[in-house]
Write a protein that binds this ligand. Sequence first.
Ligand code: AQP
Length: 329
Amino acid sequence: KKIILSGIQPTGVFTLGNYLGAVKSWKDLQEEYLCYYFIADLHSLTIHIDPAKRRAQTREAFALLLACGIDPEKSLVFVQSHNKCHAEMGWIMDCCSQFGELSRMTQFKDKSAKHPDNINAGLFTYPALMAGDILLYQADYVPVGADQTQHLEFTRDVATRFNHTYGEVFKLPEGYFPKAGARVMSLQDPTSKMSKSDTNPKATISILDDEKTILKKFKSAVTDSEAEVCYREGKDGINNLMTIYAAITHKTMEDITREFAGKGYGDFKTAVGEAVAEELRPIRERFAALMEDRAYLDEEMKKGAERAAKIASKTLTKVKKRVGLLLEK
Ligand code: AQP
């Protein structure tokens, strides 16, 4: 089986964007691929989070993955920092990355503009740590959103350069773009993506929101002054709601336009809210049950970390040999 690898940061409860854009397809991929999914807690250190909160969010993120249908019997699920190979490999990748190429990363530019008070070195070398995550497991495919394609290209560049300098070690990973994957925008500013770390709770749907909250948030979603449900340039708010509705119901944009012809935005927003609430209800219930069973979560994390370390250490040992680090006896 081909290997799929992807990660998600424990920077808050997953949003509907994380779910529809990533985790929902991760679940389906388990049937066809060997899947490795991890909680990217080392990456999350690039932003300030209260330490106790970070710890809690890491456990929650792990439980959320399971609640979303990632099955630890089928897939490898683990916390990044529990496998020490990531940090070691990250440093080696740092030393294989050029300042110039890292300077061109748009995510660094975006994130440093967003947090001018904390432009740390980790934010700058984030793509090198990510390259290490991917290359450690010799992943064939990496499901990435449009915002991550540059980082994947970077990973391929680093891997190619390494193979050229030290001899073939790394498989070159390819992007995987799930057909059903949707890019979900903020409900309050539909020109920017929905983000877990958005400080305006009205802008995001958390996958743990209850039905009432979901309906209320959709009701206050920013749209336009027309009254036509159709997917068209300039209708960012409606386009976003249609994208969400289509991703959940598998209807086409034409179907949706037909369904709401002659009806107002109010009806449409209610329908989207109900569909989302219905989709998220079982996840919320499973999450609550999982959080009651801390021993099970800890056990699964431990098993995941052990399996991950076993796989990754093979690549790491090869890499260390190739770059000339003296291996301990
Ligand atoms: N709005 C979105 N629509 C579709 N996909 C999205 N993803 C994130 N937001 C959307 C995808 O979710 C996966 C995990 O993301 P991440 O946690 O590694 O980091 P992120 O992309 O920075 O996600 P957030 O929610 O925006 O987090 P913060 O607020 O912490 O920066 C990725 O596959 C991503 O493409």
